[in-house]
Write a protein that binds this ligand. Structure first.
Ligand code: BYC
Length: 474
């Protein structure tokens, strides 16, 4: 069980480590000041129907109640330790999993933890203003749930930094509260976390696409031979599922509402669809193209010696590493990677060790394709003829082999000029953003009411009815 009697809720017996406890109690006010500053706008006095983790057991770990977000019980929760756990891949395969940081890997491990930790507050910053234009109390509650849990994921990484990395770790923990999403002088580390999330369609796309990168990266880190990182990530993954649910169902509900309106009014042209106050499917496709491509960049370069080092040293595994049927060392194995040669995309085999970013990206793409297939079924079931497609991997990329290349969504290699001509068909334009935001100029706060541009969900949260008062504004 989680101990909530302490100032910092935890299941790591924090009370017995006075030095660590003091260090974290010192960081806590800085975190709260960041939350007041960068957390959801004007929300500090709201009562929000939130789930809080009460145990780390898979069944019944959460409790639902009204909470003011600044009073949310952020804390440190690790999956229980398996005494027999081993390092399962790389050159240390078969050794007992490490309970302390191996000296030779200290700086790369710190770098991985900092990169992971940096994304969590970044996403809260990106979503700061969205509560002001929520389509319903149900959706408002969901974004707040996502935000407090991202805050907790920051706590998870900060615990590791404080507990295992001494003074360097403390400095990194402070820096995590100092960087700001989109700031020109002190931005967040990874590209997608400096992009704005200006409206609710962008928010749902972000939680579908980018939170799912979170899932895959956390799965890879959950395989780590450094056991405290593995146990932390395993618990974070239990929270991540709801975030992706919010994204997938959010986009599905927008699509459903658009299709209903198209059918009722017998219209297909995007401008006619817009005139009826819903988001045309073409715009949804452009948002999809954007969020998919910037999220693909988050996996890093297709061929990466960093990724090879992480794996060889036993720090970061593959997706479902222990379920894979090979030697888990990858000394001889190869993996296909694409690159542009002349005006063609060609695929060649490279040592699998160096292609681990690409492999994780491919695992991710498989899961994304299934989700997009489920959105397509909403369109098909409504009897609308429109196909949502995933662009080819090289489209609109800034990291890896496709960076600086101009690839169409269908995978043709173009000149910059030809590509630019089509950009407004492929990616959201300023006009698209302006239109979507014009639908979201105020918030819908009457229990059970939903904005015109989105269908209600199938059911409420924790079996509550749809007209439940999920947020009280006080
Ligand atoms: N933007 O060999 P390379 C989540 C840098 S999301 C900017 O290509 P590597 C969440 C890279 O850092 C999951 N820079 O890549 C979701 C490196 O810099 P240094 C977050 C980039 O190192 C929603 C250089 O380029 N977790 O949790 O193999 C809401 C060359 O590196 C980018 C993680 O990412 C980019 N897109 O792999 C809330 C896991 N890509 O070191 C939360 C931890 C690369 O030369 N991170 N660079 O200065 C990692 O495992 C690795 O850092 C990466 C990059 C996979 C990201």
């Amino acid at each position: 069980m989680i101990n909530y009697t302490e100032k910092i809720p935890n299941n790591v017996d924090l009370g017995r480590d006075r030095v660590l406890q003091r260090a974290l109690e010192h960081w806590q006010p800085a975190y709260m000041s960041w939350w007041y500053d960068m957390g959801p706008n004007e929300s500090h006095n709201y009562d929000v129907y939130l789930r809080t983790a009460v145990s780390v057991e898979p069944d019944g770990w959460a409790q639902f109640d009204y909470v003011k977000m600044p009073e949310y019980r952020w804390g440190i929760f690790l999956q229980p330790r398996d005494e027999k756990r081993l390092v399962n891949f790389g050159i240390h395969k078969g050794q007992p999993a490490w309970q302390e940081v191996p000296g030779e890997y200290r700086s790369i491990l710190r770098r991985i933890i900092v990169t992971q930790g940096d994304t969590e507050p970044a996403s809260v910053e990106q979503q700061k203003m969205l509560g002001m234009s929520c389509p319903s109390l149900y959706d408002l509650r969901n974004i707040f749930q996502v935000n407090v849990e991202e805050g907790r994921h920051l706590w998870a990484m900060v615990y590791l930094l404080h507990r295992y990395f001494g003074r360097d770790g403390r400095e990194e923990a402070e820096a995590l509260l100092a960087r700001r999403s989109g700031d020109t002088d002190n931005p967040r580390i990874l590209g997608a976390f400096n992009e704005p999330t200006p409206d609710w369609l962008a928010f749902y796309m972000f939680t579908f696409f980018t939170d799912r990168d979170g899932k895959f990266q956390l799965c890879a880190l959950a395989e780590s031979g450094f056991d405290p990182l593995s146990r932390t990530c395993r618990f974070m993954l239990t929270e991540e599922a709801h975030h992706m649910f919010v994204g997938e169902t959010g986009v599905a509900r927008i699509i459903q509402r658009t299709c209903e309106v198209m059918k009722e009014n017998n219209v297909e042209d995007p401008s006619d669809v817009r005139a009826l106050g819903v988001i045309d499917l073409q715009t949804i496709q452009r948002y999809l193209n954007f969020h998919y491509s910037v999220t693909l960049d988050l996996y890093g370069s297709d061929v990466s010696s960093n990724a090879a080092n992480y794996f060889t040293s036993g720090l970061k595994g593959r997706f479902r590493e222990t379920k894979l049927d090979d030697d888990h060392v990858l000394g001889e194995a190869e993996y296909p990677v694409s690159e542009v040669i002349g005006d063609k995309i060609v695929t060649k085999k490279v040592p699998a060790l160096t292609a681990l970013n690409e492999r994780l990206r491919d695992d991710y793409i498989d899961e994304i394709a299934d989700g997009v297939g489920r959105w397509q079924r909403v369109i098909d079931n409504a009897g609308v003829s429109f196909r949502l497609t995933l662009p080819r991997k090289g489209f609109h990329r800034e990291i890896g082999n496709f960076a600086g290349r101009f690839i169409s969504p269908e995978g043709e290699v173009l000149t910059q000029e030809a590509w630019k001509k089509h950009e407004i068909q492929w990616l959201p334009s300023a006009k698209d953003y302006a239109y979507v935001q014009s639908l979201m100029s105020g918030r819908v706060t009457e229990p059970g009411k939903f904005a015109n541009w989105i269908a209600p969900p199938v059911r409420g949260i924790n079996n509550q009815p749809l007209d439940f008062e999920y947020v009280r504004f006080n």
